[in-house]
Design a protein. Structure first.
Length: 108
């Protein structure tokens, strides 16, 4: 996770082939992409980001908020003054995307 001064979307990992999430008792969920994936995992909800002014105020929930994507849209242009995202980092919203992954439970 990235601790920005104001809470916002963060921690995306891209071009991931597989990853796993493990509980303290060693129960594990392993996700393997059928192609490279993007993912992020947080101990809080999206609403928490919207309703919190500082990252130290983010609650620690009793779940992990996991997001798995094929790809993500770039966050901005070449400057901080409102330039649009460069075309090569844009995902057209008018075409279908398909991706797959295998979710495997591994007992302790």
């Amino acid at each position: 996770m990235v601790h920005y001064p104001a809470p916002q979307d963060n921690a995306n990992r891209c071009d991931v082939r597989w990853f796993s999430l493990r509980k303290q008792n060693n129960e594990t969920i392993k996700i393997t992409g059928l192609q490279p994936l993007n993912f992020r995992a947080w101990p809080y909800a999206e609403d928490d980001l919207e309703n919190t002014r500082h990252d130290y105020q983010l609650p620690k929930r009793d779940f992990i908020n996991l997001n798995i994507d094929l790809n993500i849209h770039g966050v901005g242009g070449d400057d901080t003054w409102g330039a649009k995202t460069m075309e090569k980092y844009t995902n057209p919203g008018n075409k279908p995307y398909h991706f797959g992954f295998i979710m495997e439970y591994i007992a302790k």
